[in-house]
Design a binder for this molecule. Structure first.
Ligand code: SF4
Length: 363
């Protein structure tokens, strides 16, 4: 297949679904760990054409969803500082903190702006030398290179009024945390965008160490169904491996330039994940050589509510670990909707609760 229309062709999808039906010999549970896959699975109605033996679980792959409450609170506190402009991707500003969101802070007069790239925030800093521009850097290996490029450029231009609050995370440690806490799965539909940067080799340890299958998947219906078929075959043949379905984009070694830039600007650090807690060396802190661009250093001692209690009724943490489905939450589609989210998983289009809500027939 070469064109998007071919990957979305209903006859192709049905043919792969029939192959899965034909080869399924037992029950299988696979976890998709990318929020993009969660959204695509529900958007294209994949569960409705799969045989009942196949169960799909959503994992901790939505960047906004896994960003912990403490980060949101810190962002809100930063937005209330004098002469600060907060810049962020759109979804994050609607995530509820303990008492307010960046959206609420903006409504109260804080200077919070949506950008589509970290480099836009650098431009904003250059245009506003009397302000401190703080970029909210969240996301996985997919967005981290963009943040690294922004910091690298700011350093190259000796820009002194730009910094980043890094909440960036890397995916493999979270997948290992899910395995170690005993979530019953037979394999992973691995994140295609992350693997475009990292290469598929970062997932090799999963079949080797834990005997679970891995297939790096694209985002069209035929991609996802083919990935499921590949996983079924791995299980049936007791031959777990790390395979690439998304071979038109992903290689084993990934994007070497992007990885080199990330390694230059970031260093591994322990990181807090919503639902999964603190995971060793799962975050990307800003390297000591770029300390001047680290908002957590520059604003050390920031007053404000940095920690706090999650909404006790929100099951986001359980949803992100594959323990609960969104529809298990009593707030789902009642007091929690995309227009009025009570938890992070309802905010982003990549969040499981948001995807279930918009395509409710699969909930
Ligand atoms: S439906 Fe809302 S409150 Fe419930 S788990 Fe999802 S985001 Fe949290």
């Amino acid at each position: 297949m070469k064109f998007i229309s071919e990957y979305r062709d209903s006859r192709s999808a049905e043919a792969v679904a029939n192959a899965i039906r034909h080869e399924a010999r037992r029950n299988y549970t696979f976890m998709e760990v990318c929020g993009g896959h969660t959204a695509a699975i529900h958007r294209f109605g994949i569960p409705s054409i799969l045989p009942p033996e196949i169960k799909l679980l959503s994992g901790p792959g939505c960047p906004v969803c896994v960003t912990p409450l403490g980060y949101v609170n810190k962002a809100v506190a930063l937005s209330l500082e004098r002469d600060v402009i907060i810049t962020s991707f759109g979804d994050l500003i609607r995530v509820p903190g303990s008492s307010s969101s960046l959206w609420d802070a903006k409504a109260s007069g804080a200077d919070v702006r949506i950008v589509i790239s970290a480099l836009d925030a650098v431009d904003l800093a250059a245009a506003n030398p009397d302000k401190k521009v703080v970029f909210m850097g969240i996301g996985f290996e997919t967005t981290a290179p963009g943040t690294a490029a922004a910091i690298n450029r700011a350093a190259g231009e000796d820009l002194k009024n730009f910094c980043v609050l890094s909440g960036h995370k890397i995916m493999p440690p979270a997948m290992e945390a899910v395995i170690r806490e005993g979530t019953a799965i037979d394999g992973f539909i691995c994140p295609g965008h992350v693997a475009t940067i990292t290469g598929s080799s970062v997932f090799d340890f999963i079949p080797r160490k834990y005997g679970l299958g891995c297939v790096v998947s694209g985002f069209e219906p035929a991609d996802i169904l083919l990935s499921i078929l590949m996983l079924v075959r791995q299980v049936n043949s007791s031959a777990p491996a790390c395979e690439i379905e998304y071979s038109r984009v992903v290689t084993a070694e990934g994007n070497l330039k992007a990885k080199a830039l990330m390694n230059k600007v970031f260093q591994p650090e322990d990181s807090e994940w919503r639902g999964l807690g603190n995971i060793s060396l799962s975050g990307l802190g800003i390297h000591d050589a770029f300390r001047y661009y680290d908002a957590s250093v520059l604003f050390d001692g920031l007053t404000g509510e940095e920690e706090g209690e999650e909404n006790p009724s929100c099951l986001c943490g359980e949803v992100l670990r594959g323990r609960k489905r969104p529809s298990d939450c009593r707030l789902f589609a009642k007091s929690c909707t995309p227009e009025n989210p009570a938890g992070a998983c309802m905010v982003s289009s990549e969040g499981a609760c948001n995807a279930f809500y918009r395509f409710k027939k699969d909930a």
